[in-house]
Design a protein around this ligand. Structure first.
Ligand code: TIU
Length: 222
């Protein structure tokens, strides 16, 4: 594939590329979850769901590997540093009971991926205790075993878990593309700045494109 992207086309082979859907969980997208407990207006984030659905569906039809991450902690919070739990005195801390169950705890309703993007059997679902997908997950080894060298990113939030994961991936040698209309932030100016800084300096972190540019390549692949 040769995807029309910035700062120049993103070249990849489907068999060596994984679609990574970052943290499209109820806790970030629906009222009553972690995102809102931090003081954010969560309504902005649901706008990207239809575009994410189109890409995920086309990716599946083409036979590509899809993986989904969740920011999720063990029920005993042994993988949640106190510094993370206490930061900023949120209305609800990680592990506290909220309207959708305990905040960001694995197995709770709020921690689940939203229904329209529900993973299919066989797709990878990675619970990560950090913002980045490589911290304490073993994902690099699993991707390496599959011969994956390129990653296409969607998900939330652009400047927190998506950007952290892209930077971690970039340092591990992956070529990374972020789909602009399939990622969102609680802060439009942070999304815009993140897109700019990722592709600056000759793709110092990676590439950005519209999902349409990827979809044009996927149509008819299977
Ligand atoms: N607060 C915020 O913007 N994001 C997070 O806490 N996690 C993710 O980005 N998934």
């Amino acid at each position: 594939m040769r995807i029309d992207a910035l700062p120049f086309p993103f070249a990849c082979e489907l068999s060596k590329t994984a679609l990574v859907v970052i943290d499209m969980q109820r806790d970030f997208i629906e009222p009553g979850g972690f995102g809102e407990s931090l003081g954010n207006d969560v309504s902005r984030l649901s706008a990207i769901v239809p575009a994410c659905q189109r890409v995920l569906s086309a990716w599946r039809n083409a036979g590509g590997l899809a993986l989904h991450t969740r920011e999720a902690h063990r029920p005993d919070l042994s993988d949640c540093p106190p510094a993370k739990r206490d930061r900023g005195s949120p209305a609800l801390r990680i592990g506290d009971p909220g309207p959708m169950g305990r905040i960001l705890v694995a197995g709770e309703p709020g921690c689940e991926i939203i229904e329209p993007l529900r993973p299919l059997a066989g797709e990878w679902v990675i619970d990560k205790p950090g913002k980045g997908m490589f911290h304490a997950t073993g994902i690099h080894e699993r991707l390496g075993a599959q011969g994956i060298s390129h990653l296409v990113f969607m998900g939330v939030t652009t400047e927190v878990c998506v950007q952290t994961s892209m930077r971690e991936a970039n340092d591990r040698g992956y070529d990374c593309l972020l789909l602009e209309d399939c990622t969102e932030s609680y802060f439009p100016e942070y999304k815009s700045a993140t897109l700019s800084m990722i592709r600056a300096q000759g793709a110092i972190v990676g590439w950005t494109s519209l999902s349409e540019a990827l979809l044009r390549n996927l149509i008819g692949m299977r």
